[in-house]
Write a protein that binds this ligand. Structure first.
Ligand SMILES: *Cc1c(COP(=O)(O)O)cnc(C)c1O
Length: 464
């Protein structure tokens, strides 16, 4: 049997890693001088590294390990499925049981009005599918020019050409020729950073109405869809003001624009309901799913499609599909993950118990002198670092300097907390216990104290 060795010395693993493994969203050259931390095992909410350190993973990997690490049931289901039918496709008038069972289950847990699921292996692929799906939908209805998709600056929708183009990350658009044509970006509902003197309610309405202005400018007969995350994740866990989503829904309805909710992070319990669309009371036509769909145990993603869209698109051949569409092993793992979420009432617990517990403790971090605001929905939270909390001031230093310092201190304190610019974010496994939340907050507070001291001593506690 191939042996994947955990027992090489850490330095040797790090040297091989730097020499041969190109890391995503990283500067490769840096790994030669400073090796990556080697993660060898995980259980519950804790990672173990090659030096035996236990790290509290407050990011659930990349927002995906919703049921926590180390669930044998998923490993057993995967092994069983691999023995029975490791692979088959559903392209040419064939199907298989995991694809059938998962599709039926997903439609059952989805809000009313959805009928079909189209699969991929990643959120990026599912969003690429969505681009083709909404354009094909309007073309089938005789409106091939209704093909522009409106998205938002600082949105994250993946890293393929399609996903990266839908996303609004300027650093990504600066490389590789993105965005592709006919993607249009409007402002994000980030009141803290961009709201100025407006109230959050005024600002939320203003940003929603940018969608209407864009539609009027481009022509409703040119706009196919609007895509957004119910709560922006990778952009910094940004929760829109309460006025935002009702207005977005009104505008999509009024102008006959399809609404795509990118539920890759918000889905599968993260916000305290199955989908973020339910928490925010929106009625999307398409939902992108990935990450929590399998709790990260297997690569699987999908587009949940409304009966109306599925009926139109289903009239002709949709010339699109991936080899690993509804991969049987991944589909079986996703089904088992959903069974666990249901039977252990994990989402209800987020809604009624551990969610409110974490929210109270997280919001209290806003009292820290380095913190300008704390936001949290369900089990995804953010804090904005500031040199002057009285006026939501940004740092004079380049954005992300304070955030990076804080992340490094957090990691050294054995807490995985990410930074996006100068916002610190968390998205822990939904199964985290009360005591583990206490430990998370204890380590986060210690991290903020140490970060404040370091930022001050480096002369960076200066408003821009
Ligand atoms: C992670 C993410 C994606 C991309 O998913 P991948 O599996 O990394 O391709 C898309 N949308 C959102 C909201 C995400 O957070």
């Amino acid at each position: 049997m191939t042996q994947i060795t955990n027992h090489l010395p850490t330095a040797e693993l790090q040297a091989l890693d730097a020499a041969h493994h190109m890391h995503p969203f990283s500067t490769q050259a840096g790994f030669e001088t400073r090796g990556a931390r080697v993660i060898t095992r995980a259980k519950g909410v804790f990672l173990t590294d090659s030096e035996g350190e236990e790290i509290l993973d407050a990011m659930a990997g990349l927002w995906c390990v919703n049921i926590g690490y180390g669930r044998d049931e998923l490993a057993d289901v995967a092994a069983r499925q691999m023995r029975e039918l490791p692979y088959y496709n559903t392209f040419f008038q064939t199907t298989h049981v995991p694809a059938i069972a998962l599709s039926a289950k997903l439609v059952e847990i989805a809000p009313d009005g959805f009928s079909h699921v189209f699969y991929g292996s990643s959120g990026s692929e599912a969003n690429d599918t969505n681009i083709r799906l909404v354009r094909h939908y309007w073309a089938t209805k005789g409106q091939p020019d209704k093909n522009i998709i409106i998205s938002r600056k600082n949105a994250y929708h993946g890293s393929t050409m399609g996903g990266g183009s839908l996303g609004g990350m300027s650093g990504m658009h600066a490389q590789g020729g993105m965005p592709i044509p006919n993607i249009h970006h409007i402002g994000q509902p980030n009141w803290y950073a961009e709201g100025g003197d407006m109230t959050p309610a005024e600002f939320g309405l203003m940003r929603a109405r940018e969608l209407e202005q864009a539609i009027e400018q481009l022509g409703a007969d040119r706009v196919a869809a609007f895509i957004a995350e119910p709560v922006q994740g990778a952009g910094g866990v940004i929760v829109a003001p309460d006025t935002y989503w009702p207005e977005i829904q009104r505008i999509c309805d009024a102008h006959d624009i399809l609404l795509i909710a990118d539920e890759v992070i918000c889905g599968f319990g993260r916000t305290g309901q199955w989908f973020g669309s339910q928490t925010l009371n929106i009625r999307p036509d398409i939902m992108t799913m990935a990450k929590g769909l399998s709790s990260g145990y297997a690569p699987i993603a999908g587009s949940m499609i409304s009966a109306e869209v599925a009926q139109v698109v289903g009239q002709t051949e949709f010339n699109h599909g991936y080899t690993y569409h509804a991969h049987p092993v991944a589909a079986a793992v996703a089904l088992e993950n959903i069974r666990i979420l249901e039977e252990e009432k994990i989402i209800q617990r987020v809604h009624d118990d551990i969610g409110p517990y974490l929210q109270g403790k997280w919001r209290a971090l806003a009292d820290h002198p380095l913190v300008g605001e704390a936001q949290i929905v369900g089990m995804m939270g953010s804090i904005a670092l500031t040199p002057d909390k009285s006026r939501r001031a940004p740092f004079a230093a380049e954005a992300g300097t304070a955030g990076y310092i804080t992340r490094e201190i957090s990691f050294a304190n054995n807490l995985v907390m990410r930074h996006v610019g100068d916002r610190m974010i968390i998205s822990p496994p939904l199964t985290i216990t009360h005591a583990e939340v206490d430990l998370l907050i204890e380590r986060a507070t210690k991290t903020l104290d140490q970060a404040l001291a370091k930022i001050k001593s480096e002369g960076l506690l200066v408003a821009g």
